[in-house]
Design a binder for this molecule. Structure first.
Ligand SMILES: Cc1cc2nc3c(=O)[nH]c(=O)nc-3n(C[C@H](O)[C@H](O)[C@H](O)COP(=O)(O)OP(=O)(O)OC[C@H]3O[C@@H](n4cnc5c(N)ncnc54)[C@H](O)[C@@H]3O)c2cc1C
Length: 406
């Protein structure tokens, strides 16, 4: 599988492993016990360039592309998925929407600091009415009042919003216009009153890198922080989530590989009736399924990322990759937990939180069913999954990279 990666990408992967083993692993248990967001580590991760792979150098990125971003996400999640929980807010969804739809001034003001881990990002579209139909269920209103918008309503599952310096938040400016009434805003919760983030108590997810419910009460956003035009928010969100899907798929793959690592280690250590657990053929059957699923997911994730790097239609394959990798993670976590027996239920075991993250990836950034709908409608000929390819309205990092390469 390494043959698919350039020497440069393999070198970045090695430096992530070193970073995770030396900087993150020794501190992560204490961070979880304290519940304090690890700003210093996020900053170090940003300084090392791990959030900037997709972005060009003029915004502080490394310009390495989507395949590199996928490998980085996979390796961060494989080493500690809890620390990788802010990956998308720093290196994908939040900076991507600003880069893609922002004015040059907005891009230069906000994107470099997010990629450098100096400011903490957020991407908030989901509301309590349901995330699968985020546009249909959006009740949050933004009303223009001279030089500012005043936002009222609430958001659900806004990850890192209790730490956010700069986020992208979606609200309706025209409630009667369906998805065409949604507008995107660059928000700065620490600068203006009326933004309250309350962490949601979750099972097995990080206690330090949290996801929250957000309450917006006359929350002010200056007009110059509107992202794109009024009514353009849904297009910005869809474009961003399409790009972000690949790193979410890669993170699910990283979780599957972490489960496999744990399972293999335990199968070789644990003795049952005088023989290693791994010597029993029913266990081997599960190991074989895990290994095969992982290789298949990896091929799909890397191929989808490669298509994106080449500026070719990739939405269909990205959805398949996300669906497959999240299933692979769920299966691997389930089987690993069985192999660990009772110890797979103990909080000391990594399997307990890996399993919760596997479940999360099945739901987050387009649930498994939502991916299946897109894949099936394409297969049945109802809707081409790649129909939105080629819009020139927004900046595109892959196109910029291809242009630079001549
Ligand atoms: C830990 C965590 C972090 C998150 N972080 C963020 C974030 O930072 N920003 C953000 O905006 N959101 C975030 N989310 C929200 C996430 O994107 C949503 O949970 C997801 O979109 C699904 O929405 P929902 O949970 O409201 O489920 P619903 O939309 O209510 O769906 C419930 C179930 O119905 C299924 N379903 C939906 N439609 C259909 C259909 N047509 N046919 C068959 N089945 C269907 C779904 O697959 C799902 O299983 C996060 C969620 C979690 C759990």
């Amino acid at each position: 599988m390494d043959d698919l990666l350039t020497e440069e990408i393999r070198a970045v992967r090695d430096s992530i492993v070193r970073f995770m083993q030396t900087e993150v692993a020794p501190k992560m248990d204490a961070i979880e016990a304290s519940g304090v967001f690890p700003r210093d580590l996020v900053r170090k991760c940003g300084e090392a360039g791990f959030y900037g792979a997709v972005f060009p150098e003029w915004v502080g990125g490394t310009g390495m592309g989507y395949l590199a971003a996928a490998v980085i996400s996979e390796e961060l999640a494989r080493n500690d998925v809890r620390f990788a929980a802010c990956n998308n807010q720093q290196g994908s969804t939040c900076p991507y929407s600003i880069y893609c739809a922002g004015t040059e001034e907005q891009v230069r003001k906000y994107v470099p600091n997010l990629l450098a881990g100096i400011t903490i990002g957020m991407f908030s579209i989901t509301e309590s009415g349901g995330g699968s139909d985020a546009a249909g269920n959006m009740k949050t209103r933004a009303v223009r009042d001279g030089d500012v918008y005043r936002i009222d309503g609430s958001k659900m599952w806004a990850s890192m919003s209790n730490e956010t310096d700069v986020g992208v938040l979606f609200a309706k400016t025209d409630p009667d216009a369906g998805h065409r009434g949604i507008t995107a805003f660059i928000v700065e919760p620490k600068k203006y009153p009326g933004f309250e983030a309350r962490p949601i108590r979750t099972l097995g997810l990080s206690q330090a890198l949290r996801t929250c419910a957000v309450f917006l009460d006359d929350f002010v956003v200056p007009v110059e922080n509107r992202l794109g035009e009024e009514g353009e928010g849904f297009r910005i969100a869809m474009r961003t989530l399409q790009a972000g899907r690949i790193t979410v798929a890669a993170k699910a793959l990283g979780v599957a590989r972490a489960c496999m690592d744990e399972a293999v280690r335990y199968c070789n250590e644990r003795m049952i009736r005088g023989s290693a657990l791994g010597s029993y053929q029913m266990v081997q059957a599960d190991i074989a399924d895990m290994a095969t699923n992982i290789e298949a997911s990896r091929l799909m994730v890397y191929q989808a990322a490669k298509l994106m790097d080449e500026g070719r239609p990739s939405n269909r394959l990205s959805s398949m990759a996300k669906y497959h990798a999240s299933q692979t993670a769920k299966h691997a976590a389930d089987k690993a937990q069985q192999m660990f027996g009772g110890y797979g239920m103990a909080l000391e075991s990594r399997i307990t939180f890996l399993r919760c993250y596997a479940d999360m990836f099945f739901t987050g950034e387009g649930s498994a069913n939502v991916q299946r709908i897109l894949i099936a409608e394409d297969a049945l000929g109802y809707k081409n999954a790649d129909r939105h390819q080629g819009s020139t309205r927004f900046r595109d990092p892959a196109a910029e990279r291809l242009r630079a390469a001549g």
